[in-house]
Design a protein around this ligand. Structure first.
Ligand code: SF4
Ligand code: SF4
Length: 185
């Protein structure tokens, strides 16, 4: 099949051919925005202006209510980490950014706990699947804290101590409140 070729006519008239008129129109838009927002800015009424940029970090954009934020590891009532190193969250993670090395727990009621628990926040896509996959409310993404900027990649890898520093005590019961394996036997 022969290819069809569409021939575009060269623009006619000096305005189109010189691009000068188009450039002047663009500068006119910039000047209009400048004159409209500059006095408002001077008076400190940025909320009224339609300036798209923010003077970060003095001004910060408000995140929407559904923003998740940095991860945290929850604790048991006795302060131990709730995570039992079941490997559900690294299995569910599509970015493969969770690394866990388990170890035996000294508590006879708990089989395992994480010796190493790391999350690479630069690889995380903030999908929340790790939270959904966790069977014991051990990991949450409800801090609302944005991952901080860094010049070293290693600084973006959060370790167990860092994740636990934001953790609180969770008394959630696996299988729901009042659930007991003894009652089922
Ligand atoms: S939020 Fe998603 S990408 Fe980030 S650690 Fe959890 S499962 Fe992985
Ligand atoms: S955080 Fe939850 S899902 Fe991930 S290993 Fe620990 S217990 Fe399992």
């Amino acid at each position: 099949m022969a290819a069809t070729v569409k021939i575009a006519n060269r623009p006619a008239g000096w305005k189109r051919q010189s691009y000068l008129w188009g450039a002047m129109q663009g500068m006119g838009v910039t000047l209009r925005h400048f004159l409209r927002n500059w006095p408002r800015n001077l008076l400190g009424r940025r909320a009224d202006s339609d300036i798209a940029t923010l003077a970060y970090p003095e001004e910060k954009r408000r995140y929407p209510p559904r923003n998740r934020g940095l991860h945290r590891l929850m604790k048991r009532a006795d302060g131990q980490v709730r995570c039992v190193a079941c490997m559900m969250c690294p299995t569910a993670c599509p970015a493969h950014c969770i690394s866990i090395v388990p170890e035996e727990s000294e508590d006879p009621r708990i089989e395992k706990r994480p010796r190493i628990f790391q999350i690479d926040e630069l690889r995380c896509v903030v999908c929340g699947l790790c939270v959904e996959a966790c069977p014991c409310d051990a990991i949450r993404m409800d801090t609302g804290i944005h991952a901080w900027p860094t010049t070293r990649r290693a600084d973006a890898i959060l370790d167990k101590e860092e994740l636990l520093s934001r953790g609180e005590i969770s008394t959630a019961v696996q299988g729901g409140a009042g659930f007991s394996w003894r009652e089922r036997k």
